[in-house]
Design a protein around this ligand. Sequence first.
Ligand SMILES: [Zn+2]
Length: 303
Amino acid sequence: MKLTILGCHSATPRTNTNPTSQVLEIKNRMFLIDCGEGTQVELRRNKIKFSRIKHIFISHLHGDHCFGLVGLISTFRLLGRDTDLNIYAPKGLKEVITLQLKLSDSWTNYNLYFHELTSKSSELIYEDDKVEVHTIPLDHRVYTNGFLFKEKIGERKLDMNAVLNHNIDVAYYRKLKQGFDVEDNDGNLIKNETVTKPPLKPKSYAFCSDTAYNESILPIIKNVDVLYHESTFLEKNEQLAEPTKHSTAKQAASIAKQANAGTLILGHYSTRYDDLSLFKQEASEIYSETIKLAKDGRQFNFD
Ligand SMILES: [Zn+2]
């Protein structure tokens, strides 16, 4: 599982910082999460192949999370894309994008599917044989979802030393990986757990931006391996967090602690702060596990 931060600041693009966007690679799938202005430039800078992006998840319709989308859709068309693009976003974005494409006579030559979100409860919005994605309803000024990406439990691993001690036909290896007992060539029953090892623990990633401090997300993100939680403000500016429905670094750390998250990544910093190390310092007073600071262009590997 690999996360690339394309942008992690709030509000406006600036000379050296971008609004929110990130790419999650999980089980060889590539998911784009939010698409602030500048996303396509950052995708190029980070050498991420546009054609690998087939699913885009948009948390909410504030500009710093989606103003890069119509540009990206348009660039895909200019590059001759022919694969489908799926967009999971709050209801309303389809109308905005469709109007822009219509008025500029720029219809895509690939299929564009909008999956409009309206539910205030967590729901499964994407699933394939290896990964599933659930929404995390957040508390913000407009309808907002975070997203929980979860690997499914994989197959058992063959213990080749043990397997080769038995006269097992290679054709049965698949059955063994699926957890079945098999017979060897002499008719002996081979118990699965004697020749296989359990699958690797599935990984999970929760993206939570933008949101006020919100304990109701805890059951959804419990024991998540990696939690990205917005920390727009430091505690000294908590009076700004409340009316704008954002969080402080201290609040993000408190959510991470209560959720028993393995790693906390902080981001969505207000542009008023120059020294981002203060965010880590504030969070580490609450949360003793690994804390990382998101930074544009920074990659995190979780293998
Ligand atoms: Zn917002």
